[in-house]
Design a protein around this ligand. Structure first.
Ligand code: ZN
Length: 270
């Protein structure tokens, strides 16, 4: 599965949600600038800090961007692209496909492809808002020529979805910054916010385990959460650990999916 001399893969991915998470939660939030500012932080401060960090460590990452965010912040998408990162699909609004009608789901995908293409992106990957699919999602993605999905939690390695051309790059809650850092003032006020060192311990331990098993380590991060100064310091420390491993291939989701597609096709043919 991995290039010669590498025994495992890793992807740094960022879901650039901005205000869309809060607008999907309650459309009335459009009238609540304080609520929306939680997401706007990602666009205003988080993404520029993340791009600076990625320049320092000389790594390319994958940014999953809702169409509505790309339309609101085209200059941020252009900056992401100018630095050589991958931009991929993340819905148009941030509503789960499972909560949409067939017509709404198709409309979301077509509109998000359109807005990203207008910005010069050729998106080949899809991460659903909420990591959730409807019964139609896979077929719809295949129809639009999408190469990979990064939504499922049922493996440690890339695989091909049954009966579909799509490659899956599996994710997990423990490798998602939202699970550790997100406080929802309405629902989780009593939840403790994890310290960066707690999260570093979890991510580092999992990295070692996944590498030992020859798997794929997909980190899912959000500019509005990971983009705080102390957390970026932690991420830099983790990246240092990743880069120190000779056996780890750090690549974009697209690069991993293209390789997995070719390798799996050979084994399917054979
Ligand atoms: Zn998202």
């Amino acid at each position: 599965m991995w290039p010669s001399e590498k025994r495992a893969g890793a992807v740094l991915s960022f879901d650039f949600d901005a205000e869309e998470v809060w607008l999907a939660e309650d459309p009335d939030n459009v009238h609540r600038p304080g609520v929306l500012s939680q997401g706007r932080y990602g666009a205003k401060v988080g993404v520029p800090l993340i791009l600076g960090l990625l320049r320092d460590v000389r790594l390319s990452a994958t940014f999953f961007v809702p169409g509505a965010v790309a339309a609101r912040y085209p200059e941020r998408v252009e900056e992401i692209l100018a630095d050589g990162h991958e931009v991929a699909l993340h819905g148009y609004t941030h509503r789960s496909p499972a909560a949409l009608s067939a017509a709404e789901e198709e409309d979301e995908l077509v509109r998000s492809l359109h807005v990203l293409r207008e910005l010069g992106v050729d998106p080949v990957g899809y991460r659903s808002p909420s990591w959730d699919f409807s019964e139609r999602t896979l077929a719809l993605l295949a129809r639009e020529g999408v190469l990979y999905s990064s939504n499922m939690m049922d493996d440690l390695r890339p695989y091909r979805h049954e009966g579909s051309p799509l490659i899956e790059l599996p994710v997990q809650w423990m490798l998602d910054d939202a699970a550790h850092f997100w406080i929802d003032a309405k629902e989780s006020w009593t939840k403790k916010i994890s310290t960066p060192s707690e999260v570093l311990e979890i991510w580092r331990g999992e990295l070692e385990g996944v590498c030992g098993l020859g798997g794929l380590f997909v980190l899912t991060m959000h500019p509005q959460f990971i983009g705080r100064p102390s957390r970026l310091t932690m991420l830099r420390e983790l990246i240092d650990v990743m880069k120190a491993r000779d056996d780890l291939w750090i690549a974009t989701a697209r690069e991993v999916a293209e390789r997995a597609d070719a390798v799996l096709e050979r084994s399917e043919d054979g």
